[in-house]
Design a protein. Structure first.
Lengths: 121, 121, 121, 121, 121, 121
């Protein structure tokens, strides 16, 4: 199995359909970047043993909430968190905790993203 | 039990001695801030049910690695991660994953912080 | 008076109706977080003596402009600045100064937020 | 030639009409800031010898992509890059490279901005 | 009076000797940048009416604490705050408030910078 | 030629010895991460046609200066810039320009990093 195949399989496990949508969205601007996106994050990193997918999604939700610069990707990973088995409570607890490390606005914006994703789920 | 007492108990569970050191370090500059630090992050947030301490430390290590602006606090929480039962592997996996979301320099600086904390442990 | 009561009173003094709107917005996603938001920022911090509310709003407007990751909260605090007695000039001077510390795009985006808030006021 | 005249000339060389639009947009909120924006960035910095305009736009596109807090300005500079002679490929390569330094979401959001600017060009 | 002269006078009013030290430090790497640093921030911005120097230093201390990427400059402006008449309490209140907007680590690192500056003053 | 071999060759072209030093530094904490670091940034990205190495280093120096969270990596890439043929002037111009986009402290800290690298070169 190539890195791309392994990454695509992992991405589907995590994101359902969202993975293919990103690949499609990059087709006319940077098709090679879609390959890198499948290969390194999903084929290399998320496919590693040593940290389960629930914990990986907690880490990603925490980081994207704290950074506050990647709203679309935060929403994708809140949905991914639900997909891999996190409860809504685990997700909102993770986001609320970011008030401590990145301030209340970061946590508030994360919670509003979660509300939107939960409503659509 | 007051928020302060609950926070101090939780901080000792997580950080061992490090909590008292921070309180002492703030005594001559902003003693009230030491209270807030015990009360809100530890008395309110970390004391909540709904997310276990291992997951809370994964979230914090991820966020502080990604932000890249809080090296001393990242080291405290890498040590805290070990204290609450995370393996070294879980911690380095969390940090490595941040290369995807915050870039390779953030992950590299996080790994070097972990190397330092692991060596002292 | 509890921290929550003191915070709610302070928040109303600063934000008028906006405080209740945020509490309402959190009700179905993270009601406890609304409590923390009233208690720590407003019940603890903004209620402290030692820095007047005008100065506190200058500090917040400066920080949120510089960070550039919290547009909704920046707008709330530009309105709050007017509420506590800052002039439009003091607010735009604060935002313009951020060009020095966080770059021209941060200041520009802050000024456009102020234009929007001033127009609605 | 004053700094303002030199800056306006340079800005027109780089941005075409976009410069005048920004000046107009600031007229009712902070007209002096429009002057600073013409004078320091364009009259002082972009007018310096020692780095050609293509390289200056690569630097700006890279920085704004990596920071992730200035979407409108990133779009202006992607268009400016095309104006001063960068190819679409040079621009997308610059943005893709930011995945290494600021993470995949920053690069993705930059690529989507480029797709929008290229389509309108 | 030129912008440079006005800026140098303002910088001395704010920073005492620190201004000349920065100019000297840039001499062998980027002497022109020392000129820009005197002219735009101090000759243009800090020399404007409409916001007093105490408020300007509160804005700068708040922003640099929140950003967390400019420790040397934060220390310069904590000292500058004392020079223009802020009390230690006003400075520590400003920094503590940043816990709300940028998280506890940012505020902690700001307080430790203040402790260092106050001790040397 | 594998991605790792291509990456190692490219990294040596850019960084001279520094590449091997990073690989060595990761050996006892996260040896797999050294592989990713060679493979994705250098084997995939820097090896792409469409943007020459001088432009790639300008992009990286700009981004790391603007971000302000990766001082060690900024120094490595200032040295790399010299290695691939950038002049000192091109490097300082790139860094100075970041005052416009990320503020004067970011540019100042970048210039001081350049002074250190140039002195050691």
């Amino acid at each position: 199995m190539t890195r791309y195949e392994r990454g695509m399989k992992k991405l589907e496990e995590i994101d359902g359909q969202a993975g293919q949508a990103v690949v499609d969205g990059l087709r006319d601007i940077a098709p090679d970047f879609a390959h890198y996106l499948i290969e390194f994050p999903f084929g290399d990193i998320y496919s590693r043993p040593g940290l389960d997918l629930e914990s990986r999604e907690i880490a990603t939700i925490a980081a994207l909430t704290a950074m506050g610069t990647a709203a679309p990707q935060l929403k994708v990973h809140i949905a991914a968190g639900l997909n891999v088995g996190l409860t809504r409570e685990q997700i909102t607890e993770t986001i609320m905790q970011m008030a401590v490390y990145a301030g209340f606005p970061a946590a508030l914006n994360g919670l509003f993203a979660a509300r939107e994703v939960f409503a659509a789920h």
